[in-house]
Design a protein around this ligand. Sequence first.
Ligand SMILES: Nc1nc2c(ncn2[C@@H]2O[C@H](COP(=O)(O)OP(=O)(O)O)[C@@H](O)[C@H]2O)c(=O)[nH]1
Ligand SMILES: [Mg+2]
Length: 179
Amino acid sequence: MGTLFTRIWRLFNHQEHKVVIVGLDNAGKTTILYQFSMNEVAHTSPTIGSNVEEIVVNNTRFLMWDIGGQESLRCSWNTYYTNTEFAILVVDSTDRERISVTKEELFKMLAHEDLRKAGLLIFANKQDVTECMTVAEISQVLRLKSIKDHQWHIQACCALTGEGLSQGLEWMMSRLKIR
Ligand SMILES: Nc1nc2c(ncn2[C@@H]2O[C@H](COP(=O)(O)OP(=O)(O)O)[C@@H](O)[C@H]2O)c(=O)[nH]1
Ligand SMILES: [Mg+2]
């Protein structure tokens, strides 16, 4: 009886928040997901389809979907958007050649009806690599300041060490409190 009550209590009080992690292939999405879920560096291989993990931070549950980023898979990102509260865009800060592709995908995503109310967290990943793009450069190229209809935040990080990842989660938690 006790456990049944506990379960029902949890169901109603620990709402789960859906998150999609998007970005081009090789950006570091899967590494970030596994850093969140087990705090260790995972040996990833290119994601075909998706990975999903439940991440619990201070009793708040996030269901995080890491979606494959290869060109052939990008058109299916929108099938994951229903009921999404946050989109995390992972940017490979060393990939100057494809940052414009990221920008195109970003604005396509933001225009999607199912993400109308979603918050946007951008991880400028691979900051450990010298000569990588800074947060300021990425913000400018992605024209983040032009985004007026979504709450957004950009965070520098290194998925290999985990540096910067908890600050990103904290931003998401702070948005939940405001709503
Ligand atoms: N130097 C560096 N490499 C990273 C970082 N994050 C991920 N990687 C590497 O980038 C490659 C792609 O990572 P993965 O998570 O599979 O990318 P995904 O395709 O976006 O899921 C792997 O070799 C990772 O070890 C980082 O912060 N710094
Ligand atoms: Mg992957």
